[in-house]
Design a protein around this ligand. Structure first.
Ligand SMILES: Nc1ncnc2c1ncn2[C@@H]1O[C@H](COP(=O)(O)OP(=O)(O)OP(=O)(O)O)[C@@H](O)[C@H]1O
Length: 765
């Protein structure tokens, strides 16, 4: 394979630190393997090189390619993940006596037991807070908090406040210290400790630091945009003054902020940490066609914190088609059509922003008889406790006998959580199944419960007794009733501790009720769908989250749930900050750039409007531009004869060239022209006259004729309400900058945007 000029520049980098900005599908592995071989050929000893990959799969892929291309018998450098590096450092520091020996808590249950013990110890004597704190979701959030403290090397108190964990989680800070004490006492450590402990020891003791420095000349690190503070500090420490660091990544694909990554790590932070670096772009993608490359460039353009780099497709890439559609039916049709074309479902993937949204995909595919597999087995619909409980409520309405089944009652008493320990719920369920009536006030079973817990459980029992009488109700109505009576949304949000998790659970309720509505005529079929154990089918379409799709690609990608509030994810209580909107946009950018031949963006057409991200891709423009690029002949190259002129045919006669094609109307001519110029093409483009900037179709009357000024409030047909922050340019045709409550800051050409003033322009002196 012939490397591109950009790839060759990276391979031949003369020395010193380097930063390689690689777009999705730029052939990083190919380039880095060539770079390592080049360094070896230039005489750099392999033991003085370190290659760091993001995860084990990437490491194995890289090693296999390196081994395949290196001359047989060549000693090769260390290719590691941060985990394996941490393991080795921990071992060395332990051997030198700098760290006490500790056992790794490798299994999830061991970690959970430790967290549980720490919470119990910290909250001993405060039974009510303890029971809340031991709820599985909250415990998981606490575990995540502990890891983040270590990943960011943050002060626990500061982190807790900064990330707004909420009032019911005040014990997190203190319990973090309890966890640390328990780990030390039991001589145990977690995965996060593999870096955290060595790093703290090395930063504390200069003599120790000197012992690990000076061993490296070349460090290459992939997916640099997603490393956290601990990883970056360790890297800087190991590199010391001697090693040249080559960081490879794409700030636009930084999607692990919740694990401590920052897009700035790849931007300004790099030079702040390592000093001057030479910048190399890898702008050519080998993954998909022009339409998707253009859509990706459009999609990310609204982010402020981003590299100024275009993703460019080459003509040899597959042609990629873009589509936007509504509803599950269209997904099922697209997959069935794919198979009819002789393609395999295993070549396709459905991406979701969060797992809650996968429930409607699963139910849609189950109903359509389309096999699928999930990247996480515990996310199958029939495995989700909340789904099982809701199916259980529906079943009880149809089979009153279930009121006498203690197992069934326990399930329904436990979900959504009543914040009561499971053993007590089990005993209560047993009693209710036997007696069919609520126990006396004095009953010891109730004595150990707090008044609020008693009231809630009694109300739940009354609901269970009521359900058989509602047998004739359609499932969606019944579920809505159950959710309201249980105050399920509030309970789920409270149980989750992390707002995002609570909102995901609430969305799951919505999704289920929507799906129940679609099967209104057949409640039994709906119940069966929820309860039926499904097997992962290797030959089926993969369902995974966007995070889980990092670094992967498929010929067909369907992005599901491309609605406002789902993607970008926000809610009225949790509105988008500028930073979060940009993070969501990067996640969307990662999602769409997974496709090779076909990208289908699906919104649900329900009460959530189509995502603004769909409009931001300007996908119809991109498709038309791509067609024009592929047609080629109608438009010139910048190096060819300009069109619309005449040329001499050689015998004194002038032959007319084809007429100049009408310019293509697009929303962002500057971006389109930049892409075309980078491709060496000159297709005339002009600004679209029939649509609002940033929107894929015409929406309402534009704001022509109004006078705008700073402080004025207005409504945009797509972005909602906002306030004018800036007015500039020609007063008759101004550009205005508006801060929208939901959509963040936007620059609009006032005369073209579908806006209407909500207040008069403030009077100016
Ligand atoms: N110079 C090139 N010419 C043609 N094809 C190339 C070139 N460089 C890489 N490719 C192809 O691009 C695809 C992706 O390359 P590679 O596996 O190196 O990238 P990656 O590191 O996995 O992807 P990404 O850049 O998305 O992280 C491969 O099929 C590879 O053969």
């Amino acid at each position: 394979m012939r490397l591109t000029a950009e790839q060759q520049a990276v391979v031949g980098h003369p020395g010193g630190h380097a930063r390689v900005a690689a777009v999705a599908g730029a052939g990083k592995t190919t380039t880095l393997v060539a770079r390592v071989l080049h360094l070896l050929a230039s005489g750099v000893p392999p033991r003085r090189m370190l290659v760091l990959m993001f995860n084990r799969a990437a490491r194995e892929d890289f090693t296999a390619k390196l081994v395949a291309q290196a001359p047989a018998g060549t000693p090769l450098p260390d290719v590691r993940t941060f985990h394996s590096l941490g393991h080795r450092l921990t071992q060395s520091l332990t051997r030198w006596g700098a760290l006490a020996p500790r056992q790794l808590l490798a299994a999830d249950w061991q970690r959970e037991r430790l967290l549980r013990q720490a919470v119990q110890q910290t909250l001993a004597g405060d039974q009510s807070r303890l029971e809340d704190a031991l709820e599985p979701d909250r415990l998981e959030t606490f575990g995540h908090f502990c890891e983040l403290v270590k990943a960011e090397l943050a002060d626990p108190g500061e982190l807790h406040e900064r990330l707004d964990y909420g009032a019911d989680t005040g014990h997190f800070v203190e319990t973090f210290d309890t966890v640390e004490t328990l780990l030390a006492d039991h001589q145990q450590m977690t995965y996060a400790d593999l870096l955290y402990r060595p790093l703290k020891a090395l930063e504390r003791e200069p003599a120790l630091k000197a012992r690990v420095q000076g061993f490296l000349d070349e460090v290459i690190i992939d997916e640099y945009q997603d490393i956290n503070a601990a990883q970056q500090r360790l890297l800087a420490l190991l590199a010391g003054e001697t090693a040249a660091v080559m960081a490879v990544g794409d700030a636009n694909q930084c999607i692990y902020e919740w694990r401590g990554a920052r897009p700035d790590t790849m931007l300004d932070d790099f030079t702040a940490t390592f000093g001057e670096a030479r910048d190399y772009p890898l702008s050519t993608t080998f993954r998909h066609g022009h339409a998707l490359a253009l859509a990706a460039n459009h999609a990310i353009a609204a982010n402020r914190r981003r590299p100024d780099q275009l993703c460019l497709a080459i003509p040899d890439n597959p042609i990629t088609t873009l589509q936007v559609a509504q509803g599950g039916q269209r997904l099922a049709e697209a997959l069935a059509g794919w198979q009819r074309q002789g393609r395999m479902l295993s070549e396709s993937c459905v991406l979701v922003r969060s797992w809650a949204l996968s429930v409607s995909v699963q139910l849609t595919l189950l109903r359509a008889g389309i096999p699928f597999r999930l990247s996480r087995d515990d996310r199958f619909v029939f495995c989700l406790p909340l789904v099982q409980a809701l199916a259980g409520y529906l079943m009880l309405a149809r089979q009153p006998d279930l009121l006498k089944d203690p197992g069934h009652l326990e399930l329904l008493l436990a979900q959504p959580t009543p914040f009561v320990a499971r053993e007590r719920l089990g005993a209560l369920a047993q009693r209710l199944a036997e007696t069919q009536s609520w126990p006396d006030r004095q009953d010891p079973l109730l004595q150990s419960l707090k008044p609020l817990q008693r009231r809630n459980l009694k109300r739940r029992w009354e609901l269970l007794c009521e359900l058989p009488r509602l047998k004739a109700w359609p499932p969606a109505k019944l579920l809505t009733h159950v959710v309201e009576r249980l105050d399920a949304e509030k309970v789920l949000k409270r149980a989750a501790a992390r707002r995002e998790k609570g909102e995901e659970d609430v969305r799951l309720l919505d999704v289920l009720i929507e799906q129940a509505g679609e099967l209104a005529h057949d409640p039994d079929a709906f119940i069966a769908l929820l309860r039926e154990p499904v097997e992962s089918r290797e030959d089926g379409v993969l369902i995974t989250t966007v995070h889980g799709a990092k670094g992967l690609e498929w010929p067909l990608v369907a992005l599901w749930g491309t609605n406002e509030e789902d993607f970008p994810h926000y809610s009225r209580e949790n509105p988008l900050s500028d930073e979060r909107l940009e993070e969501e946009r990067r996640l969307f950018y990662v999602a769409i750039t997974r496709a090779r031949e076909r990208l289908l963006m699906l919104h649900d057409g329900g009460e959530h409007r189509p995502s603004r991200f769909i409009a931001e891709t300007a996908w119809q423009d991109c498709q038309r531009l791509a067609e024009a690029l592929h047609e080629g002949s109608a438009y010139g190259t910048t190096h060819g004869t300009p069109h619309g002129t005449t040329r001499n045919a050689g015998h004194g006669e002038c032959v007319a060239e084809p007429p100049v094609p009408a310019p293509l109307e697009v929303e962002q001519p500057a971006l389109a022209e930049r892409y075309l110029a980078a491709q060496g093409r000159s297709i005339p483009v002009t600004i679209r006259t029939d649509a609002a900037p940033g929107h894929g179709g015409s929406v309402g009357e534009p704001g022509a004729g109004f006078l705008f000024s700073v402080g004025q409030r207005l409504r945009h047909a797509v972005f909602g309400e906002g306030e004018v922050d800036l007015v500039e340019g020609d007063p008759r045709d101004p550009v205005i900058e508006v801060r929208f409550a939901q959509a963040g800051k936007r620059r609009l050409i006032a005369n073209r945007a579908p806006i209407e003033p909500l207040s008069a322009a403030p009077v100016t002196e």
